[in-house]
Design a binder for this molecule. Structure first.
Ligand code: GDP
Ligand code: MN
Length: 387
């Protein structure tokens, strides 16, 4: 689960990680008031959206007067920001974060993530911060260090390795060790799957400060973090995904034409791959899961039928715990309110497949039956083309 920059910084602050002082503003007046309360001479008005690359897209404004803060807030609030990470549609700015402006001496990249190869929490750091880290990785990979933390805490030699790689010297080596320990504790205590500071800066006074922060919470651990669940901003999420999550469906909207209904994440991935292999693209990832109910299947079909990007639906169910008749019943329930407005291709095998097929056939539904996944994908791709 994603949260906003200002929320991530509040968490970091709780753990003693230095962040710029700042205030949330939901209106132009609040932005000007925030600036007054912060004091100082330079302020940064930052658009709060769940996407990076705001700086280059004009979502981060350095201001030197109340008039500039007011103009930046007027300009940004309600506007749609298109960044490298938002996709073409962009994201509407509903929240601003006003911060004290800091004097930047140097910018680093630092992130923490779960390294699945070593099964450890790892730091990824680079002295080439403030930039697009993917670009750094592609052009100058030697400027990136990945270091998996061996024990429960960052050791002295591990933090020295990182500080040296970043080119820090003197007092900053010690400050870096303290910072790394705090970041590691934040990440572990809050069950993060990603914590990224880009940039982490050294100020003119020589202090290390997290100038930007992104935190992604591990959704599987949210049950023990109600305080993070409270930070959820539904405006940032796809309405279809919100609806699906209310029914316990694992649904992610994509930009292709073929609506997929599958049980099991692995099978869903394979289904998406085969659709691409056959020349089209999936409109979504959808794993209905194991203990799915008729109501949830019904909801899933409604989501697919009401999505005007969907030109054909591919049902690929390998019934085990999921029963094929439950899937069929869900379809019959869905069409009571949402007509089957696109061709549906079904591959139903496994538990209760006969019952499932019979239900669909008895209802007189015009469904194309496939014997295996390969054929199902071929049928779906053809159907989406109107063949
Ligand atoms: P992102 O583009 O979405 O990653 O947003 P960031 O928070 O990283 O801001 C982009 C850039 O704005 C940073 O890399 C800095 O160069 C600049 N910036 C942000 N805050 C300050 C500040 O307080 N002072 C100065 N001088 N520049 C800042
Ligand atoms: Mn950034």
């Amino acid at each position: 689960m994603n949260i906003h920059e200002y929320q991530a910084k509040a968490i970091l602050n709780e753990f003693g990680v230095p962040v710029p002082r700042g205030k949330l503003a939901l209106s132009v007046d609040e932005a000007v008031a925030a600036m007054d309360q912060l004091g100082g001479k330079i302020w940064v008005v930052k658009a709060q959206i769940h996407a990076g690359g705001r700086g280059k897209a004009g979502g981060v404004r350095l201001c030197r007067s109340a008039a500039e803060v007011k103009a930046a807030a007027e300009d940004l609030l309600g506007s749609v920001l298109v960044t490298k990470q938002t996709g073409e549609a962009g994201k509407q700015v509903n929240r601003l974060y006003v911060e004290e402006g800091l004097d930047i001496e140097s910018e680093f990249y630092l992130s923490l993530l779960v390294d699945r190869e070593t099964e450890k929490v790892a730091f990824v750091v680079s002295p080439a911060g403030g930039m697009d880290i993917e670009e750094v990785a592609a052009t100058t990979p030697e400027k990136i260090l990945t270091l998996a933390v061996a024990g429960d805490q960052v050791s002295e030699s591990e933090s020295r390795t990182i500080a040296t790689f970043l080119g820090l010297e003197g007092m900053q080596v010690e400050a870096c060790a303290t910072l790394l320990a705090k970041l590691h504790r934040t990440f572990c205590d809050k069950d993060g799957s990603m914590l990224e500071l880009n940039p982490l800066i050294v100020t003119g006074d020589g202090d290390l400060v997290a100038l930007d922060a992104k935190f992604v919470a591990d959704s599987n651990a949210l049950y023990r973090h109600p305080e993070i669940v409270d930070l959820r901003d539904l405006d940032e999420e796809d309405p279809r995904e919100i609806e699906a999550s209310q029914f316990g469906l694992n649904y992610i909207a994509l930009d292709g034409h073929i609506g997929c209904m599958v049980n099991g994440a692995g099978l869903a991935m394979a289904t998406m791959d085969i659709i691409q292999l056959k020349g089209d693209k999936p409109a979504n990832f959808l794993d209905v899961g194991g203990g799915v109910t008729v109501d949830a299947v019904c909801e899933a079909f409604k989501l697919l039928f009401s999505d005007n990007h969907v030109k054909a639906v591919l049902v690929n169910i390998f019934g085990g715990i999921v029963r094929c008749d439950v899937i069929a019943q869900g379809l019959l329930e869905a069409i009571e309110t949402h007509p089957m407005n696109v061709p549906v291709v079904m591959r139903l095998v496994g538990t209760n497949e006969e019952e499932g097929r019979k239900l669909v056939k008895d209802a007189g539904l015009d469904v194309r039956w496939a014997n295996d996944l390969d054929q199902a994908a071929e049928f779906a791709v053809a159907a989406a083309k109107g063949l």
